[in-house]
Ligand binder design. Structure first.
Ligand code: HEC
Length: 303
């Protein structure tokens, strides 16, 4: 009896621990660059009203009515009332990230709602917080396609010089102090070359280009420059340059490649392999035959 009680105590202890963990997990760990993202839609009574409609169809079933603490209690963890102190403390960028990625029973809305709708739901949530002051993003998504990225390779100093400008109606604007990074396309994804830099007052940045970077047979590499500007947003430009070391990788059908699919193994190797397989099969059959003989003689003894 004592033992059973002990077991029950252990089981209860464990389930208690698991429950405790699922309650304790309210820390969302949003990456810094996602945290600082802001909406370029203004949160006002109009956008909040639109957000209310989006909330009622997509969120209410779990989170209940905002401010009424009537969320679906059968879920674990229980979805918080989105006007709770815990939710209010989250930054706009954090809320946006939570809507994008979800967690457990909280669905991801990235593919379900367009970006503007995701911000409008947040506008609706914020309409329940009297102390909230919005920081509007200066990024204008429509401006991204005005941006031109020019790349010039300086072979003497092995540098890739980049100039970032925007062709505004009023004239050419140089993008100052924009975050800029250089990548090279590899077989699986892309690899960053040099550090992430910032453009100078003339919209220029200069990357150290490795002298020993392998390219294709003739030395071509595909370079990607990614610019992140406060006003113009994120812009990416891809171009091919013949500035890497020509590298002759063996193709899949080439004779000397280990994974070659065309050339056959030498005949002696095939024979050696087959005789090995036959020998092993022979031994197994021999054992089975002997076991069979043994059981036969056992039967004879009984009779
Ligand atoms: C299927 C149920 C469900 C739906 C639908 C749902 N949520 Fe959630 N939501 C949850 C659960 C459960 C959590 C808690 C997740 C956790 O902490 O791991 C949560 C957490 C959140 C959080 C984090 C709050 C905090 O204080 O930690 C936000 C913000 C949020 N949801 C917003 C929304 C919005 C906005 C919608 C609609 C667009 C929505 N949710 C739709 C279940 C849901």
């Amino acid at each position: 009896m004592y033992r059973i009680k002990f077991k029950i105590a252990i089981i209860l202890g464990f389930t208690g621990l698991i429950n405790f963990q699922s309650f304790a997990q309210n820390n969302w760990d949003v990456p810094a660059d996602k945290k600082s993202k802001n909406s370029n839609i203004e949160f006002n009574s109009g956008t909040a009203k639109e957000g209310e409609g989006i909330y009622n169809t997509n969120c209410k079933s779990c989170h209940g009515d905002i401010g009424k603490n009537n969320s679906l209690q059968s879920l674990k963890p229980v979805p918080p009332d989105l006007s709770s102190a815990q939710s209010k403390a989250l930054l706009d960028g954090e809320l946006f990230h939570i809507l994008n990625v979800g967690r457990g029973l909280m669905p991801s809305f990235k593919e379900v709602l367009p970006e503007s709708d995701r911000w409008k739901v947040i506008a609706y949530m914020r309409s329940y917080d009297k102390d909230y002051v919005q920081i509007i993003s200066k990024t204008d998504p429509a401006k991204a396609n005005l941006v031109k990225i020019k790349m010039v390779f300086d072979s003497i100093n092995s540098k890739l010089n980049v100039e970032v400008v925007a062709n505004e109606k009023a004239g050419i604007v140089k993008l100052k102090n924009a975050e800029i990074a250089l990548f090279v396309t590899r077989h699986f994804g892309k690899m960053q070359l040099d550090k992430t830099l910032r453009t100078d007052n003339n919209g220029n940045a200069s990357f150290d280009f490795p002298k020993d970077l392998p390219g294709d047979k003739v030395g071509n590499v595909e370079l990607i420059v990614r610019v992140n500007d406060e006003i113009y947003g994120e812009i990416e430009s891809i171009s091919k340059f013949k500035i890497a070391v020509p590298t002759d990788k063996p193709s899949l059908t080439e004779k000397r490649a280990m994974w070659n699919v065309l050339a056959k193994a030498p005949i002696w190797l095939i024979l050696l392999y087959l005789s090995g397989v036959l020998l092993a099969t022979g031994v197994i059959l021999y054992i089975i035959y002997n076991l069979y003989k043994l059981s036969k003689s056992n039967n004879n003894l009984k009779n």
